[in-house]
Design a protein around this ligand. Structure first.
Ligand code: PMP
Length: 406
């Protein structure tokens, strides 16, 4: 298919507004994406037509809602090519998915002295949950280091893995550097030693095709709000063989089979991990976001965003004193940079007044900032609706900001 950018932009009316009397340029997609009319309509439809609480339904409204909710589980399964629908657990987001695995896997498999390998480029949400469980269990976090170019030093893995290693946790795509990590290779290396791998896919599934069976991932997590879907919805994919062995993460309604004061038995997967009333309408509307991504096609999205990345990178490199962090050969549409000694917040604030939304700061990746010895970066991140014209506006604004601050 040719990439119909006008059609795609027409799905996002929010993009055509002016901010501070300037056309909005939204380059903060790695933080969260805008929502298309398809998702907004789906949210409204559910509330207008048949809203009810799901599962154990005793009436029409609840039945219809349950069907709508469970249909999205099948959509997610197909979207990442999971082996079965039971392997798809709905959570609040990537953060909750990581906490779920850390807590449950940690409870079951970590003992004093166990080691978990975590990469140095992780978002805090894929570091802190492991630290919490490690503290509790007397386990240790081992760092998989990055290199200056922003790539994981995967060659060190055979040295880092030992008989105490219980899990490896790594992001598919870095939210700061844009690096697309060689996770298939990491998973292969881990599996030779029967070590499971948790993949943080928060910055991947909306940009590149993901097939969890082909990757042989044990766990894979992502967030709907970064995929043009509603916020408060996330996914944890887990291989059946793991999910069946793990204890529940939270207790409550839906996740039980039978409760007495003496003993409780639990539901089968995935419900064992879905305690309480979930974000029903959010999950239902997430289905519309997945449809939209599939209508455009992940290969097309990937090619479009790669083109934007190359264009923006070459234009940015023309600015004197600008340094890009993250120059891996395989990158998604994320560019982090600094200009001279100017503080990123100052540039971000000026860009904002010129209608350009970027993210500034540590991007919830403090260890990576420490590695580069910087306080933070300015980050531009692209989505399906961004254009080269917007990159031109961004460049004009950036040059003006630089002049003002120098
Ligand atoms: N991991 C990565 C790589 C991310 O970029 C983010 C969001 N910035 C998260 C995890 C956390 O996602 P959420 O806040 O949706 O739980």
């Amino acid at each position: 298919m040719s990439y119909d950018i006008q059609k795609i932009r027409s799905w996002f009316p929010v993009l055509s507004q002016q901010v501070f009397n300037k056309p909005l340029v939204y380059f903060d997609n790695a933080a969260s994406t805008q929502k298309p009319v398809q998702v907004l309509n789906a949210l409204q439809k559910l509330h207008n037509e048949f809203y009810g609480n799901i599962h154990r339904a005793a009436h029409y409204m609840a039945d219809k809602t349950t069907l709508e909710f469970e249909a999205v589980r099948d959509k997610v399964k197909d979207f990442i090519n999971a082996g079965s629908r039971e392997e798809i657990i709905f959570t609040k987001g990537t953060t909750e998915s990581a906490n779920l695995v850390a807590a449950s896997y940690g409870e079951q498999f970590l003992t004093r002295g166990s080691e978990i390998i975590v990469s140095e480029m992780e978002h805090h949400s894929n570091i802190v949950p492991w630290q919490l469980v490690a503290l509790n269990k007397g386990a240790k976090i081992v760092k998989l280091p990055v290199s200056e170019s922003g790539e994981l030093q995967t060659g060190l893995l055979p040295e880092l893995i030992n008989s105490k290693t219980r899990l490896i946790s790594v992001t598919h795509v870095s939210n700061v550097l844009g690096t697309i990590n060689p996770i298939k290779q990491i998973i292969e290396t881990a599996h030779v030693r029967n070590i499971p791998v948790f993949i943080d896919g928060a910055q991947a599934v909306q940009h590149i095709p993901v097939d969890v069976q082909e990757l042989d991932a044990d766990f894979y997590a992502f967030s709907a709000h970064k995929m043009y879907g509603p916020n408060g919805v996330g996914v944890l994919y887990g291989k059946k063989k793991w999910l069946e062995q793990l204890p529940p993460y939270q207790g409550g309604g839906e996740m039980i089979s039978e409760v007495t004061f003496e003993k409780t038995t639990f539901s089968e997967i995935p419900f064992k991990f879905e305690a309480g009333t979930p974000n029903i309408t959010g999950v239902a509307a997430f289905g519309a976001a997945i449809d939209l991504l599939q209508e455009i096609g992940l290969d097309n999205i990937s090619a479009w965003e790669h083109d934007l990345l190359e264009y923006a990178t070459s234009r940015l490199k023309g600015i004197n004193g600008l340094k890009i962090f993250g120059e891996a050969p395989k990158k998604s549409g994320v560019i982090s940079f600094l200009i001279d000694e100017i503080h990123p917040f100052d540039i971000g604030a000026l860009l904002d007044k010129m209608g350009v939304a970027v993210r500034t700061g540590h991007h919830c990746a403090d260890p990576l900032m420490k590695f580069y010895n910087i306080p933070g970066t300015i980050r531009a991140s692209f989505g399906i609706y961004n254009t080269k014209d917007e990159i031109d506006l961004f460049m004009d604004s950036l040059k003006r900001a630089k002049e003002l601050l120098n």
